[in-house]
Design a protein around this ligand. Structure first.
Ligand code: 9MR
Length: 333
């Protein structure tokens, strides 16, 4: 048992997970199947501190589709089954994205009809397999470009905006009980991109597309979106009849502009977002990783030169950071 966990037992403090459970709140982490298998501290921390999971990469098309006619569910099953076995809320991420497609796919000279068939089969197979296990799917991820236009992806180029309609329809056919989400980054507060996503969701709803919610990723790396604007943004999506979840949160600082007390500022930001969620009735916050050592920020392109790389609730050795305590306080009060 870690020193943190031991001192909590001695003082009778609830764990983060207990605080979330008691509040009826989903507090999640993105999960790496290798760490889950190989590092006992990882899964013990995950199980004792969180009540929700998202496979960080394992459910994406590339990892799932080693060749055109085969699926490899080993890693996805590991994460999803861990969540189910430990009574956690499970988010599936993601059925349609322009990134992390298989290598063979990029070289494939398909017709538009073949692509449509391929996507239908993919969604039916994957969402169908997990119909009893995955509570919520990010059906489509990041379909809107940073300037608010529709992103020019393989899906959009072949099928136009209708690819979203089809994807949600196909998912609802095989996973009728799952909540179906549109998920994106940089659209956490009211801004040009979230305006465009609002318009897109309005169009989808008008066309009768079975979309249930919007995932706001909230990768607060350099920029920490104003919580009041995040609240207003959540409320406008809710007014369309949609649910909203914070799906991929992490909090860093620009490498050349780090505050004197980064851990405290980070903790305050986490606290303000969880409080915002509680106020406006968004019931889920997922952090994009279990602990700092496993965060994507340290491994992504030039990010380590641009941002601080300790964005999560637990430090590299699973020590509880001020952000951990801030989130727990927010859930308890
Ligand atoms: O955290 C994921 C990282 O391990 C992958 O290398 C990366 C590939 O683009 O995707 C990361 O997760 C992304 C998520 O799927 C969608 N929103 C942005 C996340 C961070 O890039």
């Amino acid at each position: 048992m870690s020193l943190d966990a031991w001192s909590r037992v001695m003082s009778d403090e609830p764990t983060l997970r207990t605080a979330a459970d008691e509040r009826g709140f989903n507090l999640g982490a993105a999960v790496d199947p290798n760490a889950l298998r190989n590092d006992p501290s990882y899964w013990k921390t995950l199980r004792s501190s969180f009540n929700a999971v998202t496979p960080e990469n394992a459910l994406k098309m590339g990892p799932l589709r080693p060749s055109p006619n085969t699926y490899d569910f080993t890693d996805a099953d590991a994460v999803v089954n861990f969540g189910v076995a430990n009574d956690m809320y499970v988010r599936g991420h993601t059925l349609v994205w322009h990134n992390q497609t298989p290598h063979w796919f990029q070289a494939w000279d398909y017709t538009d009809d073949q692509l449509r068939e391929f996507l239908r089969d993919h969604i039916h197979t994957v969402a169908g397999r997990y119909r009893a296990k995955i509570d919520t799917w990010d059906v489509v991820n990041e379909a809107v470009a940073d300037d608010g236009t529709m992103r020019e992806t393989v899906w959009y180029d072949a099928l136009g905006e209708e690819y979203l309609d089809l994807a949600f329809q196909w998912a609802s056919e095989v996973a009728p009980d799952a909540d179906l989400y549109y998920n994106d980054y940089g659209a956490d507060a009211i801004n040009e991109k979230s305006d465009a996503i609002y318009d897109l969701l309005e169009r989808l709803l008008e066309r009768g597309v079975p979309v249930d919610g919007v995932g706001l990723q909230l990768h607060a790396l350099g920029d920490h979106p104003d919580p009041e604007s995040v609240a207003a943004n959540i409320e406008r999506f809710q007014a369309l009849g949609l649910e909203v979840e914070i799906t991929e949160m992490d909090v860093s600082f620009p490498a050349d502009d780090v505050p004197d007390d980064p851990l405290e500022v980070q903790a305050d930001y986490y606290r303000s977002i969880v409080e915002t969620c509680l106020e406006v009735g968004c019931e889920t916050v997922v952090t994009w990783g279990v602990n700092d050592a496993n965060s994507w920020v340290a491994n992504f392109k030039d990010f380590p030169e641009r941002f601080t790389t300790e964005p999560l609730l637990f430090g590299g050795r699973y020590e509880e950071k001020p952000a951990y305590h801030a989130v727990r306080d927010a859930l308890e009060n």
